[in-house]
Design a protein around this ligand. Structure first.
Ligand code: CAA
Length: 258
């Protein structure tokens, strides 16, 4: 039983799944979806039983964007005072690995939500785009920034200025997507990835996430030093002793997240 209005949640052997469930509106991201997704993700982040999180969409869309009907009468003062969309930062602050599994349309805020995860996988039916320009606006949940970092200026300008859609094959070729699989294999693959991550040390996986994300925030020299310091700090963990002992003893490690 889910306590949420717009999402379904499930937990299976250390992997939590959040499914956005407004298929009639192509999972458009209204404020209730923002609250539900970020509450659920924050809750799973604090739950010791959970080691990785999957976010996906029900029906033919991952999410077709922020809810245009909810925004059509929004005025500047209201949006500015509420810092509209800033609430999604709660999701990007999650420390456990997040896999976004894109089953169909990932447009506008949907593409931006997909990019807030750590590993983006797509079905062959996925379509990505930043079509805000068609509405007389521009991306507001990170599209101009994360898409540019993911696929570079040339393609990001193309996507954001024309509003065209990109299919899964182009998205993978461009570096937006980690893997493309057949639609019926999407959740199986997302779960395989998540369970693989769940079998590792949670401390090490959180450090990997922090280190890779630091590459987007800092100079190479500072990033390399930060990575080295994180590496040094793993030497204070039981999981490092266990992981290396298991290798030497030719057995599987038993990580305890300590
Ligand atoms: N907001 C609100 N409702 C939406 C929506 C959205 N972003 N996208 C789709 N819907 C609704 C439609 O209004 C429709 O509802 P009704 O049945 O009540 O009319 C229902 O979902 C099904 O949509 P369509 O009939 O349009 O389905 P389609 O298969 O013909 O077209 C589509 C699919 C091409 C994705 C089309 O729905 C579309 O272009 N959607 C809008 C995409 C978009 O512009 N997204 C950007 C939003 S702005 C944003 O996201 C800002 C930001 O950066 C955060």
């Amino acid at each position: 039983m889910s306590d949420y209005e717009t999402i379904l949640t499930a937990v299976d052997q250390g992997v939590a799944t959040i499914t956005i469930d407004r298929p009639k509106a192509l999972n458009a991201l209204n404020m209730q979806v923002l609250t539900d997704v970020t509450d659920a993700a924050t809750g799973f982040d604090a739950d010791d039983e959970v080691k990785a999180i999957i976010i996906t969409g029900a029906g033919k869309a991952f999410a077709a964007g922020a809810d245009i009907k909810e925004m059509s009468d929004l005025d500047f003062a209201t949006a500015f005072k509420a810092d509209w969309f800033a609430g999604w930062t709660r999701l990007t602050n999650v420390r456990k690995p997040v896999i976004t599994a894109v089953n169909g349309f990932a447009l506008g805020g949907g593409c931006e939500l997909a990019m807030m995860g750590d590993i983006l996988i797509a079905s062959t039916k996925a379509k990505f785009g930043q079509p805000e320009i068609n509405l007389g606006v521009l991306p507001g949940m990170g599209g101009s920034q994360r898409l540019t970092r993911a696929i570079g200026k040339a393609k990001s300008m193309d996507m954001c200025l024309t509003g065209r859609m990109m299919d899964a094959e182009e998205a993978e070729r461009s570096g937006l997507v980690a893997r493309v699989v057949e639609p019926e294999e999407l959740l199986t693959t997302a779960n395989e990835i998540a369970h693989t991550i769940a079998s590792k040390s949670r401390i090490a996986s959180a450090m990997v996430k922090e280190a890779v994300n630091t590459a987007f925030e800092t100079t190479l020299e500072q990033g390399l030093r930060y990575e080295r310091r994180l590496f040094h700090s793993t030497l204070a963990t039981n999981d490092q002793s266990e992981g290396m002992a298991a290798f030497v003893e030719k057995r599987d490690p038993n990580f305890t997240d300590s």
